[in-house]
Design a binder for this molecule. Sequence first.
Ligand code: FES
Ligand code: FES
Length: 179
Amino acid sequence: MSNASCAWDLGVANHRGVNMALHKIRVTVNGSTEMVEVPSNTTLLQMLRERLVLTGTKNGCAAGECGACTVIMNREPVNSCMVLAVECDGADITTVEGLAHDGQLDLLQQAIIEQGGVQCGFCTPGILISARALLDRNPHPSDHEIREALIGNLCRCTGYLRIIDAVKQAADAVAGGAR
Ligand code: FES
Ligand code: FES
């Protein structure tokens, strides 16, 4: 986490006109190291969307309830609306933009398309990230483990079954030697 020496005394005013200290943080996002100056009250979600223009991560509830803003932080899925950017100093972050490599979709992205697990798509980035974090730590999850991993990701459209089938398809592909 950023220490006090990184904070500037002069900052920016928040919506109540109170000066917020600015902090310089160093964060690796999708393999690229960035130096960013953020006010104390900026969330990781705001930093990703507004400063780094990574708008794949969605703002659903801004209250830790819907999972639309899920990113991987130091190998763990987190609700980025509930993490302050200053807490990310030195962190490694993966967003949905970081899933595809060399123009190839991640197995999960391919599977969710093939299984029809996307309708409006608003929940999809968060679901893909939660599922990626699951497969990274447990490449052969049971149905129960898949449901448990996605419990914090709300979807209003699909009824979840096709999403779960997509995660199972990707897990099967991993078991068959795919990455
Ligand atoms: Fe973060 Fe809903 S936007 S949990
Ligand atoms: Fe619309 Fe999930 S596809 S909320």
